[in-house]
Ligand binder design. Structure first.
Ligand code: ZN
Length: 462
């Protein structure tokens, strides 16, 4: 039995693992590399895997760094199912179609640039047609149900508490005379995240593949962050005030809706709240439909007749006209819009119309990569470049650090502690080297668990 690490080994994107036994070959995740031109090249360079002979593909969750290369499978002659939870199936319908649209758009823009220099056009990594060819092969398996996915390989999904549908994958693998249990954490959620259940507690594994995104850091407690948010929206409530929140469409936007709904029920938010992102709206509607994923608190709200992702002054701006109409609003109106790092989407036109006005608050609630307008705002830039225009930053910029969809260091160690009695063979993935090394040291110190840090392309015998 062997396991190969074909991505997210010493980095946080491109998740992809291959399990091989005498009788079966199973791929876990097939994500995009993200960030910079090198990623573009690496995404086009497929790992040395014979995709046509795979028995199954398992997907932990819909985030593009885990799912974003699945649309390459039909052209690689893979004809078997992609197993994931039913909510992940639905979410992939939204996210992979959006990813294909972006691939096509970027290829066209970049290709035109090349053609103007007398060079050849470029083909997109994949198209919307590739996504449509892939989606029928998705098979939804509810949490907790066991399913034979390949000869001698039974899979079960458990709550990962990260985004809607996210799963820890447990595999029971038989290779006579051996029987091994493999657990892939996927991205492990932050237990403080509302709406979704916390990561499931598992105890038994022979092999554990654990993410380490925040292996070197703990998050600020979320209640403090909610209080900061409450103070900002209350202060903004004057005739010219407006609160702009750039947010990831999946996960963060729904969290914000949940918390703002709570503030409104407590009488601490009078202003209207607009969600101005077609993808955030579609995702919120999916969250509302998948109540089976809700935690106890969200279920209690429903039992009391309150919808956790709805409140009277919440509005969805679906059309471009509805979006433009928000230019005229004030009274502390809150606008949640994508993209989360201000690199595209409708948030750009809100910044263009507002970031130079001192009555406006901009609230940063997520990670901002270097080189993005969002990062420039966090770093206190006096001017930012948006849609080709240099804008003076006179709005109040607030950075709220307590939201994260990932477990922090302490939470990762606590989750691993559940396995410490039997001490599985432990591999750390999905983290930058600094984060991964810090987690390895902490696991050694606190749990006497020795972790291996595989590099990309490495195969280990189990
Ligand atoms: Zn994720």
């Amino acid at each position: 039995m062997k396991l190969s690490f074909h991505g997210a080994a010493g980095e946080v994107t491109g998740s992809c693992y291959l399990l091989e036994t005498e009788r079966a070959r199973v791929l876990v995740d097939f994500g995009l590399y993200q960030g910079g031109p090198i990623s573009e090249v690496r995404n086009r360079h497929l790992p040395p895997v014979d995709f046509a002979s795979l028995d199954a593909v398992l997907l932990t969750h819909a985030h593009i760094d885990h799912s974003g290369r699945l649309p390459l499978l039909p052209r690689a002659e893979y004809r078997r199912p992609v197993y994931c939870t039913p909510a992940t199936t639905d979410l992939c319908g939204i996210m992979l179609r959006d990813a294909a649209h972006l691939q096509e758009h970027d290829a066209e823009r970049y290709g035109r640039k090349r053609q103007r220099r007398g060079k050849s056009a470029v083909a997109p990594l994949y198209t919307r047609a590739d996504v449509e060819a892939l989606l029928p092969s998705f098979v939804g398996v509810p949490y907790g149900e066991e399913r034979e996915v390949a000869p001698g390989v039974r899979a079960r999904f458990h709550d990962a508490g990260h985004i809607l549908g996210s799963a820890i994958v447990e595999l029971a693998v038989e290779e006579r005379p051996h029987r091994k249990t493999l657990v892939f954490s996927g991205d492990l959620g932050n237990p403080e995240t509302p709406i979704l259940r916390d990561p499931a507690v598992l105890h038994e594994a022979d092999v554990l593949v654990l993410e380490s995104t925040y292996g070197d850091r703990n998050h600020r407690p979320q209640p403090e962050t909610i209080e900061e948010l409450a103070a900002i929206v209350q202060r903004a409530h004057h005739p010219a005030g407006k609160v702009l929140i750039p947010a990831f469409a999946v996960g963060r936007s729904q969290e914000l809706i949940y918390h703002l709904g709570g503030l409104q029920r407590e009488g601490r938010l009078d202003a209207a709240v607009y969600v101005d992102s077609p993808m955030a709206i579609a995702t919120t509607e999916l969250y509302r439909r998948h109540r089976e994923s809700f935690d106890e608190e969200a279920r209690e709200l429903i039992d009391r007749g309150t919808m956790p992702l709805d409140f009277p002054s919440l509005h969805f701006s679906r059309t471009p006209e509805e979006s433009r109409a928000l230019n005229g609003v004030g009274d502390g109106t809150v606008i949640i819009s994508a993209s989360g790092m201000c690199t595209g989407g409708r948030i750009l036109h809100h910044l263009k119309h507002n970031v130079w006005r001192p009555e406006v608050d901009v609230v940063i609630v997520g990670f901002q990569a270097r080189g993005t307008p969002g990062r420039a705002l966090v770093d206190g830039a006096k001017h930012i470049k948006v849609m080709g225009e240099s804008l003076a930053v006179r709005a109040q910029v607030h950075t709220l650090g307590g939201f994260s969809a990932h477990a922090g260091q302490r939470q990762l160690v606590d989750w691993a502690r559940n396995f410490s009695a039997r001490k599985p063979r432990l591999f750390l993935t999905h983290g930058e080297p600094v984060a991964r090394d810090a987690l390895r040291a902490m696991l050694h110190e606190q749990l006497h668990m020795e972790a291996e840090c595989p590099r990309r392309g490495q195969t280990v015998q189990l």
